[in-house]
Ligand binder design. Structure first.
Ligand SMILES: [Zn+2]
Ligand SMILES: [Zn+2]
Length: 260
């Protein structure tokens, strides 16, 4: 998967040189940038990140605004009660749990846009650090056998030069000493960008059949953590999880940097 390692380091060096030559403005609030901790964004904007806070649905991680419903029959027991959102209570998704670091708004939206679409890979590191610093307590990376990035199609990889989910997965895996499993499944359908489609149905139709299992034996009986940059309608995650279950792993959880 890592086909252009030299390109990204060269690109980063060029970007750093350009920043020194032409001091830029914060891409979120337009104030002139000094020696900021994060490229392209001022410290003030970066610190205004809106993190996802509990209480959230135990399964999909959606913040709970309405009184939660208890899972399962029988009398309520506070110690075993699991809080679920309406959707998960009605029809639970096929992953164990999904956790997200922050909301896809303002600064983080801008950071992800720069990272992904303007290929500013210098933002990968601060995004990884953000994820590591704000991992929910119930998401222990060390407990997983493998970390899997959501794959992108080879045409997209050629055009972009990197898979943003792969860069995030790599950084987290290295920090926590957990292996990244690549090529377990691939994106065999060159789908349109989910972000270019509006509506749940259009996104679902676009992504159906997008993934294809390649190495089921490698993940049989394993605990997997699937990583992606943004969680929107969940169509991509659901499709990926559906494909991964074909290999009969023990568990599939999901971690994303942002959610809408
Ligand atoms: Zn700013
Ligand atoms: Zn839920």
């Amino acid at each position: 998967m890592r086909r252009f390692p030299h390109l990204s380091s060269l690109q980063q060096a060029l970007e750093t040189a350009l920043i020194c030559l032409y001091p830029a403005q914060c891409r979120s609030c337009d104030t002139p940038l000094g020696l900021e901790t994060v490229p392209y964004l001022c410290d003030e904007c970066w610190q205004q990140m809106q993190f996802v806070e509990p209480p959230w649905c135990e399964i999909c991680g959606t913040p709970l605004h309405t009184p939660p419903v208890a899972r399962g029959p029988g009398p309520r027991d506070a110690s075993t009660e699991v809080e679920l959102c309406d959707e998960c209570a009605r029809k639970p998704p096929r992953y164990g749990k999904l956790r997200t670091i922050a909301f896809y708004e303002a600064t983080l939206r801008q950071a992800i846009h720069l990272f992904k679409f303007e290929k500013r890979t210098g933002l990968a590191k601060p995004c990884i650090q953000l994820m590591l610093a704000h991992l929910p307590e119930d998401c222990r990376i060390e407990d997983y056998d493998f970390i899997l990035p959501i794959p992108i199609h080879k045409n997209r990889l050629r055009e972009r030069g990197f898979n943003q989910a792969m860069l995030l997965a790599d950084g987290i895996a290295k920090a926590k000493g957990v292996p990244v499993a690549t090529d377990i499944f691939i994106r065999q359908k060159d789908t349109k960008a989910q972000s270019s489609l509006t509506g749940r149905e259009a996104r679902q139709e676009n992504i159906t059949g997008a993934f294809e299992m390649r190495k089921p034996d490698a993940i049989f009986g394993k605990h997997l953590l699937l990583i992606d940059d943004v969680f929107t309608t969940g169509a991509t995650v659901h499709e990926a999880v559906k494909e991964l279950w074909k290999a009969d792993p023990a568990e599939i959880d999901v971690l994303t940097l942002a959610r809408t």
